[in-house]
Design a protein. Structure first.
Length: 90
């Protein structure tokens, strides 16, 4: 089990295997939760309630898979066209 030492300033280093398992990078925020006599550390993330209503499509007709595919294809064609034009102008 990885261990770490607490400094006089109350700081510690999260052991590398734990950082890797959580995918933590420098600058990432973490949350600590007390569960009985244990501390649970996890990557801090947005509260899911903040996402509520983000995809609200009230009053709009559903879009079929075919319509989505067509829109994606059109956007990809436009991007490729714009990319080719800028390459020729360079």
């Amino acid at each position: 089990m990885p261990t770490s030492t607490l400094t006089t300033r109350g700081q510690t280093t999260i052991p590398k295997p734990i950082r890797e398992a959580l995918g933590l990078q420098p600058g990432d925020r973490v949350e600590f939760t007390l569960e009985g006599d244990r501390v649970v550390l996890r990557r801090a993330g947005a509260d899911l309630s903040a996402l509520d209503g983000m995809l609200d499509r009230s009053g709009q007709e559903p879009v079929s898979i075919e319509e989505m595919d067509e829109a994606i294809g059109n956007a990809a064609s436009e991007d490729a066209s714009a990319s080719n034009t800028s390459e020729r102008e360079s």
